[in-house]
Design a protein around this ligand. Structure first.
Ligand SMILES: [Zn+2]
Length: 232
């Protein structure tokens, strides 16, 4: 359930709370700049149907400098860190002790590493976990490629322009570690020429639904396993 439209008396603190974290950045010629936020919000809302929890509205601003010179609205790591920490600390003051930041964008990963330290030192009762959803999809992640395009066809098909979908950069020759290391470079997306990592042309709604179902299964399992570890 979304927390956003509840009133003061309906909110039951103590539940898990999920913060979807997205970005505003180019996703090639066929997907909107809201793609990461839409996916993170969708998964968060689905998760609240499977486990007792609330989802907050997605945070659309993220760290996307690596997309230059393609379109991106980016905030610094410091600002994102401050924003997330303050939201989490405030949630803790309102009685929410388990916070899941469900991340939809690779460039936000650095910040997610240390939010738990900031929040948990402020309030030791609070536990914060950052989860990158693409770690749960059981296939190689992409950007505007098969995975993201299939997900968007399943979630918001009206925002996908399949006739514009073109193949982007495919890492066939270089080591996977070279490729993923290079993605942290602030102009790494220039290698794609069209903003796409991967190949979206065979993306379908059905594949998107399959990826969602695998991701949800693994998300629910992750949260259960985190609960187990917390009481050890
Ligand atoms: Zn994306």
């Amino acid at each position: 359930m979304s927390l956003y439209n509840l009133n003061n008396y309906e909110i039951k603190s103590g539940k898990k709370i999920i913060i979807p974290l997205g970005s505003i950045e180019q996703h090639g010629p066929h997907l909107p700049i809201s793609t990461d936020t839409i996916i993170a919000e969708y998964l968060a809302n689905q998760l609240t149907k499977k486990i007792s929890s609330y989802a907050l509205p997605g945070i659309p601003y993220g760290v996307s400098f690596e997309h230059r010179p393609f379109f991106n609205i980016s905030i610094s790591n410091d600002v994102l860190s401050e924003l997330l920490s303050q939201v989490c600390i405030s949630l803790g003051e309102n009685g929410f002790n388990q916070i899941i930041i469900l991340n939809g964008h690779r460039g936000n990963m650095g910040v997610l590493q240390y939010i738990p330290q900031i929040v948990e030192r402020n309030n030791p009762k609070v536990n914060v976990f950052g989860i990158n959803y693409w770690h749960l999809i059981e296939r190689e992640f992409d950007h505007g490629g098969f995975v993201e395009t299939s997900l968007m066809l399943a979630i918001e098909p009206k925002l996908v322009q399949m006739q514009m979908a073109k193949r982007g950069y495919l890492n066939k020759k270089r080591l996977h570690s070279t490729y993923t290391t290079f993605l942290s470079n602030t102009s790494s997306f220039k290698i794609t020429r069209n903003g796409v990592l991967g190949d979206p042309r065979k993306a379908t709604k059905e594949e998107g639904k399959k990826i969602i179902s695998i991701t949800m299964k693994n998300l629910v399992r992750t949260l259960k396993e985190l609960d187990d570890l917390l009481i050890m």
